[in-house]
Design a protein around this ligand. Structure first.
Ligand code: CO
Length: 134
């Protein structure tokens, strides 16, 4: 059911410092910061040949990644995003298998303007999983 790895998201306390590490030390192509107030984050994309890494920095008081960074102040992998062809069909199959979808279980428009859902980390090896309709 799942297809390509769309991105790996890393929560970071400092986007500029994270960008320097990937640009200057790892030699990656890194975009300019993009504030996404509706998602409570500012995002930088690291563009790799086969996928993307996204840095997420909290934006606003009720950012969804603030609690994560309180637990991991230096940053850490926040979620993996896999592509699916049909997000509602994917959701229905997952729910029928007993997996928990976070929130209302209705797909929302994600950071890339496409429908996304998040799956409970306890059902997926301790890792928050995002599904994005490709
Ligand atoms: Co994501």
């Amino acid at each position: 059911m799942i297809g390509r790895l769309n991105h790996v998201a890393i929560a970071v306390p400092d986007l500029a410092a994270a960008s320097r590490i990937y640009r200057d030390i790892l030699g990656a192509r890194v975009t300019e910061p993009l504030p996404q107030p509706e998602h409570g984050v500012t995002v930088v994309f690291v563009e790799l040949p086969n996928t993307k890494i996204e840095f997420l920095e909290p934006l606003g008081a009720d950012s969804p990644i603030r609690a994560f960074l309180e637990r991991s102040p230096g940053g850490g992998i926040h979620h993996l995003c896999y592509e699916v062809d049909d997000i509602r069909a994917a959701r229905d199959r997952l729910v029928s298998e007993g997996a928990r979808v976070l929130g209302s279980a209705e797909p929302r428009t994600g950071a890339h303007g496409k429908p996304v859902l998040f799956l409970h980390p306890k059902d997926f090896l301790g890792t928050l999983v995002e599904l994005e309709q490709a």
